[in-house]
Design a protein around this ligand. Structure first.
Ligand SMILES: Cc1cc2nc3c(=O)[nH]c(=O)nc-3n(C[C@H](O)[C@H](O)[C@H](O)COP(=O)(O)OP(=O)(O)OC[C@H]3O[C@@H](n4cnc5c(N)ncnc54)[C@H](O)[C@@H]3O)c2cc1C
Length: 406
C-alpha cells in the first residue's frame, strides 16, 4: 500500500510524484511504456524552468530556445519574431526544444531520485472507493489515485468527468525531419509557426538541421486524405514552411492526432485527482501543454499533502485560471486576432502589446506580479477590432490584415 498511485510517468506525473515524495509521501508511478518515445510536446516555455530548477531536471544538450517566429502566410509574407527577453518578468528568458524520448527519460530519473517507485504496466481498471488500480502487473492499492496519463483522459472518462471542447475540434499530423533550415527572422533555436488557411505548421528545431515538424488543422481547413497527403498539402499552402523544409528528409513515420482539446468537470474528488493533460488540454499553438502540467503538479502537491478539500478546490481554481488565459488567446488565434495584433504596424502598438504577447509565449500565467499576459488575453479581440477599423480607414495599410490562421 502506497500513499499515492500515479498513472503515467510523463513530465506531469514525475513532477507531481517528486513534489509529493519530497513532502514525505510514498509514491508509486505506473507507466505503460518502458522506453520513452518521440511524442509531441517538444517546445518548452521559459516559465516551466521554475519546476525544472526546483526538481533538478538535467537540460544539458537540449537546444536553447530564445523566442518564437510567426509567419502570417499572406501574399506579403509577413513575419514577426518575439524574444523572451522582452517579457514583463525576465526571470527566465530562455527555454529548450526537447526530444521527448530524452526529456521523458530524464523526468523519470528525477522521480526516482526523489524517492518515487516506477513500475511498468498498463493501467486497465480502477475502483476509486477501495483505492484499487488494476494494471498488466496486477492489483495496486493506495490512499489516492491520480491520473497524469495524458490526453486519453482515462480516469476522467471512467468517472464520466470528461467534457469535450465545444469549439476546438482540431487534428494534427507530425513527424521528424533532417535537413531543416532556419531562415528569415528565425534565430537559432526559435520555434517557427507558419499560418495556412484554417491551420498552422510548426517547426521545432533540435539543432544540426533536425526538427519536429507538423500541421494542426481546424475544421475550417480544407486538407483531406492520408497523413502524408495532408502534410504535403499544408506545405503547398505555405511558402514560409516550404523554404525551411525544402530538401529536408523525413526520418520518422507520420503520427496523427485528433480532437485533443477537452477538460474535466472536476480535477479532484474523494480518493482521486487529475493533473496535466489527463485533467485538461487545450490546443498546442502556444506550446503550453507541458508548462500547464508541470505548474499544475507544483501547485497540486502541497494541496494534496495538506489533506484539505478547500486547498484542492483552491488549487483547481488557480490551475484552471492559468489555463484559461491561454484558452482566451487560442480562441483569438483561430479568429485571426492574434496575428492581426502581432503584426500590427509599430506606430499602432503600445509597449504592453509586445510585452503581453511575449509574456504569454513565455508561459507567465501563474505569476500574480505579471499583469500584461492577462491584459493582453482580455483585450486582444478589442485591439484586433480597432486595427480592422484603422485598416478600413487606411486601405494602404491593410495588407496583411486578414493574415490570421482561420
Ligand atoms: C499536436 C500537438 C503538439 C504539441 N506540442 C507541444 C509543445 O510544443 N510544447 C508543449 O509543452 N506541449 C505540446 N503539446 C502538449 C503536450 O504533448 C502535453 O501537454 C504534455 O505531453 C503533457 O504531459 P503529461 O505528463 O500530462 O502527459 P503525457 O506526456 O502524455 O504523459 C503521459 C504518460 O502516461 C502514460 N500512460 C498513458 N496511459 C497509461 C495507462 N493506461 N497506464 C500507464 N501509463 C499510461 C504514457 O505512456 C505517458 O508516459 C502538444 C500536443 C499536441 C496534440
Amino acid at each position: 500500500m502506497t500513499d499515492y498511485l500515479i498513472i503515467g510517468a510523463g513530465p506531469t506525473g514525475c513532477a507531481l510524484g517528486s513534489y509529493l515524495s519530497r513532502g514525505g509521501a510514498k509514491v508509486t508511478l505506473i507507466e505503460a511504456v518502458e522506453h520513452p518515445e518521440s511524442v509531441v510536446g517538444e517546445s518548452m516555455l521559459p516559465c516551466s524552468r521554475v519546476v525544472f530548477d526546483e526538481l533538478g531536471l538535467d537540460t544539458s544538450g537540449f537546444l536553447v530556445k530564445h523566442g518564437a517566429v510567426f509567419c502570417d502566410g499572406s501574399a506579403e509574407s509577413k513575419s514577426v519574431r518575439f524574444d523572451f527577453s522582452e517579457a514583463e518578468d525576465t526571470t527566465y528568458t530562455h527555454a529548450w526544444q526537447v526530444q521527448r524520448e530524452v526529456f521523458d527519460r530524464r523526468w523519470r530519473e528525477v522521480a526516482l531520485r526523489h524517492g518515487c517507485a516506477i513500475e511498468y504496466g498498463k493501467v486497465t481498471a480502477v475502483d476509486i472507493d477501495s483505492g484499487t488500480l488494476t494494471s498488466s502487473l496486477g492489483t495496486h492499492r493506495a490512499g489516492r489515485i491520480i491520473d497524469t496519463g495524458g490526453r486519453s483522459m482515462w480516469l476522467s472518462q471512467q468517472l464520466g468527468l470528461r467534457v469535450a471542447d465545444p469549439k476546438l475540434k482540431n487534428s494534427a499530423v507530425g513527424t521528424r525531419m533532417r535537413g531543416v533550415k532556419q531562415l528569415g527572422l528565425d534565430q537559432p533555436g526559435d520555434i517557427t509557426i507558419c499560418c495556412i488557411p484554417g491551420g498552422w505548421i510548426w517547426i521545432i528545431p533540435f539543432g544540426g538541421g533536425l526538427a519536429s515538424v507538423g500541421v494542426v488543422m481546424s475544421p475550417a481547413c480544407t486538407l483531406r486524405g492520408t497523413s502524408e497527403e495532408r502534410f504535403q498539402g499544408a506545405l503547398a499552402m505555405s511558402e514560409d514552411a516550404r523554404a525551411r523544409l525544402g530538401g529536408a528528409e523525413r526520418i520518422l513515420p507520420f503520427r496523427g492526432l485528433q480532437d485533443f482539446t477537452a477538460t474535466s468537470s472536476t480535477f479532484h474528488g474523494a480518493g482521486f485527482g487529475l493533473c496535466g493533460d489527463a485533467a485538461t488540454f487545450i490546443d498546442p499553438v502556444f506550446s503550453s501543454g507541458v508548462l500547464l502540467g508541470l505548474c499544475g503538479a507544483r501547485m497540486m502537491a502541497p494541496a494534496l499533502l495538506s489533506g484539505s478539500t478547500d486547498e484542492l478546490d483552491a488549487w483547481q481554481a488557480r490551475y484552471r485560471e492559468g489555463a484559461s488565459v491561454f484558452r482566451k488567446v487560442i480562441d483569438h488565434w483561430y479568429a485571426g486576432d492574434f496575428m492581426a495584433v502581432a503584426c500590427a504596424p509599430v506606430h499602432l502598438q503600445k509597449p504592453y502589446h509586445r510585452r503581453g504577447i511575449v509574456s504569454l509565449l513565455a508561459g507567465d500565467v501563474y505569476n500574480p506580479k505579471s499583469t500584461t499576459p492577462r491584459r493582453m488575453a482580455d483585450r486582444m479581440g478589442e485591439l484586433a477590432g480597432m486595427l480592422k477599423t484603422y485598416y478600413a480607414n487606411h486601405p494602404q495599410a491593410a495588407a496583411g490584415m486578414e493574415s490570421g490562421a482561420s
